[in-house]
Design a protein around this ligand. Sequence first.
Ligand code: FEO
Length: 396
Amino acid sequence: MKPFEIMKGVYWVGAIDHDIRNFHGYSYTVHHGTTYNAYLVVGKKIALVDAVYGPFAEEMFDRISRIVDLQKIDYMISNHTETDHSGAVPEVLRRVPNATLVCTARAIDALKKHYRDGWKIQTVKTGDEINLGGKTLRFYEAPMLHWPESMFTYYVEEQLLMPNDAFGQHYASEERYADEVDQYVLWREAEKYYANILWPLSRQVQRKIEEVLELKLPIKIIAPSHGLIWRKDPLQIVTRYLQWAKGERTTDKVVITWDTMWQSTTKLARAIAEGIRDEGLTPLLRLIPHSDRSDTMAELLEAKGILVGSSTLHNEILPTVAPILSDLEVLKPEGKKCAAFGSYGWSGGAVKKIQEAMERGKMQVIMEPFTVKWVPTKEELDKAYEWGKEFAQKVK
Ligand code: FEO
């Protein structure tokens, strides 16, 4: 398994996971697999920047051993404790006991609780540096990008930023650079990554990026810990993160997602979609049982708004609608314009529950819910069409 030299003396020694399809338990589908990127910086001293997920340790060791003797590693730098990057750290330090583990002070507790081991540790904070002999690694704490202990490592002389999870994508590929792969898939995966992991942390993302931009750090390459490396115009992904964090980047899409018991709510969804279409926007119809919720959240990131619908069952939403509402509550698409619709028989609790969840997600409910009793009449479908038009007019 060959390593890949991304610049003189810096090697990608990570692992490619083509088979994984669910990340973070079952909360995030990764249709294109992922990579666990680890980088070996070889100066007079040698540093391994991040490791790989435990089951892929041998793949990483094999790549490293084609460059240097493992025993020559001086520093094991852990930018982030989550197991997909730190899983192989205990094995690195077992095989190379003299290596120093470098991390933020906040990472110590997390690493010890994960692995219950005693290691030689050097804690670092923003601005601290390690000199590998002509190669300087500088550290920047990046709390909540996306864990409290996260940090970025910057190779000063070659202007290489290794920001761990930030700016990554779940995309397994034999290519290593972002400009070498299908751009639609690349950006779709970058979007999905932001929506499902970083969206609720948008304020911290914005603050940290603005702070880093103010430092005017020259950046030639951004090498994240998942997916492809940004070498052509690397700041394009930084700019995109800033736009997503501020909610500034929107397309003409409106997400309509719902489930139905006997098709009444589906009829409403279609009439509403027609109204939206006739106002010049593009409705994305996502019937919940046929849709992937982490894809729907990715589509919502740049959409102008979202409508969530449900039939009423036992005065509640249908159980299939609950996961989407949970996503809206936890991912907090702050300020995203939204409204609820649905049908009912003798009590109409579903739309109320949907609206409450949207409010807990800090979204902007801009219309009263649209709801019908039993099966919608022609007149009610006309009203649903008008309701869709009005929603579109308000979000345009
Ligand atoms: Fe936060 Fe890729 O782990």
